[in-house]
Design a protein around this ligand. Structure first.
Ligand SMILES: NC(=O)c1ccc[n+]([C@@H]2O[C@H](COP(=O)([O-])OP(=O)(O)OC[C@H]3O[C@@H](n4cnc5c(N)ncnc54)[C@H](OP(=O)(O)O)[C@@H]3O)[C@@H](O)[C@H]2O)c1
Length: 402
């Protein structure tokens, strides 16, 4: 503001000096005035077009042009004397008409300033508008991408095969709803969730039917491309042999593996039907195949629960075929979800797995790693055909007998 005042003062002083000079030499002044009038006319006619075009430019000249439009008396007073006054608030010079009074100049400077501020404001607003448009477009794009991402819901995803499915689908960019009984203690799953924002952890015990219904309702807006029935209970081996059957455990195993799995399937079928991929995938087991059973018979409850589950999934495939739902029933093979291959010769071996560890050590049995088994199953699920729906498949895609 000080600079502005100084600039105006200088302009007034220099104007005053000219006035004084003119008063000292009246004849020269008259001649000067004639010459200047002539110059001004020629200049005016020469610059007529130029002024017009200057007025259209986004510059102080435009502001001057506008000023002249608003105050036609400036045009009248314009003698052709033009001085360049540097407005302290800007980096370019502005044109001031020679014989205007101090107030006029101040008025004009203020007008110019106002116009300048207006232009600047318009620019800032334009920039803000463009920025908000860009942000809005970005958000819309993100929303579109999210909407394009297929969704998988996995049961029992805090450990073993379920955990690996969650990890791999999350890494593939899927929207993963990873369910488990106790999220607070699911450290491995929490770590994956921290790495992949596209993974959501949900608490779900598949024997809790009310909780299943509540969750299905809370996700009623969401299409689920793959429902992955993974959760299961194996139970202790020694409590599942003839002569020592634990019926409480028996019921629990059936409750989880058979009843719980069909309940989840029933509750989320509408979500699957609403999706693009429309797949219900269930992990069965060769242990549930009557044709593949070998002595000595063990895991009575677990085998029975899986055999019943296989039959249920066959029914589901028939029931939903018309709606285009593919039902995959997969035996993952022997997958080392308990770290049995890593047990050293001096390490204690869990009672239930002594036989398997013996076979592994003898080289008669090789377990697959969860990474490899899940990678294979994801390929199979991805390419699952209508012909394979409702059949019992090995993880490598080979059909297995019931
Ligand atoms: N591993 C194999 O060699 C093999 C072979 C053939 C078939 N399968 C099948 O593959 C699937 C996964 O096997 P896995 O070896 O990864 O099993 P796992 O290591 O024993 O894990 C079982 C998962 O199921 C969950 N679960 C148990 N009861 C549940 C309930 N009531 N509600 C919700 N979740 C429950 C467990 O959660 P908690 O931690 O809370 O108990 C755990 O996350 C199972 O269906 C199994 O039958 C595995």
């Amino acid at each position: 503001m000080d600079l502005l005042r100084q600039t105006v003062k200088q302009a007034l002083q220099s104007d005053g000096k000219n006035e004084a000079k003119r008063g000292e030499h009246p004849r020269e002044e008259a001649a000067d005035a004639d010459r200047l009038r002539h110059d001004a006319k020629t200049q005016q006619s020469r610059n007529g077009d130029k002024r017009e075009s200057l007025e259209n430019l986004e510059s102080p000249c435009t502001e001057m042009g506008k000023l002249k439009k608003h105050r036609p008396d400036y045009q009248r007073r314009d003698t052709g004397h033009e001085q360049h006054v540097c407005d302290a608030t800007r980096s370019w010079p502005t044109t001031v008409i020679g014989d205007a009074s101090g107030f006029d100049i101040l008025d004009r400077v203020m007008q110019q300033r106002f116009e300048f501020m207006k232009t600047r404001m318009v620019r800032v607003l334009n920039t803000l508008l463009l920025c908000s448009l860009a942000v809005a477009q970005g958000l819309a794009q993100e929303h579109r991408e999210q909407a394009m991402m297929p969704t998988v819901l996995i049961t029992g995803s805090n450990r073993g095969i379920g955990l690996e499915f969650a990890r791999q689908y999350a890494a593939l960019g899927w929207h993963v709803i990873a369910t488990c009984r106790t999220p607070d203690r699911a450290d491995d799953l929490q770590q994956i969730a921290a790495k992949y924002p596209n993974l959501t952890i949900e608490k779900l015990d598949i024997t809790d039917h009310a909780a299943i219904d509540t969750m299905a309702k809370s996700y009623s807006h969401l299409a689920i491309d793959i429902l992955l029935n993974n959760a299961a209970l194996l139970g202790a081996r020694n409590k599942q042999a003839l002569g020592n059957l634990d019926y409480e455990l028996f019921r629990r195993i059936l409750d989880v593996n058979t009843v719980g799995t069909i309940k989840v399937t029933e509750a989320f079928t509408p979500h699957v039907i609403a999706s693009r991929q429309k797949k219900i995938i269930t992990l069965g087991s060769a242990a549930g195949s009557i044709q593949m059973i070998h002595p000595p018979p063990d895991f009575y409850a677990y085998r029975a629960s899986k055999a019943a589950l296989h039959l249920l999934m066959k029914n589901v495939s028939l029931a939903l075929a018309e709606q285009g739902v593919l039902v995959g029933l997969i035996n993952p093979g022997l997958v080392d979800t308990r770290g049995l291959s890593a047990i050293g010769p001096d390490d204690p071996v869990p009672e239930d797995f002594k036989q398997i560890v013996r076979l592994i050590r003898s080289g008669a049995l090789e377990l697959t790693s969860p990474e490899e088994a899940v990678g294979r199953m994801i390929d199979l699920i991805q390419n699952l055909s209508a012909e394979q729906s409702g059949t019992f498949l090995n993880a490598d895609g080979e059909p297995l007998p019931w």
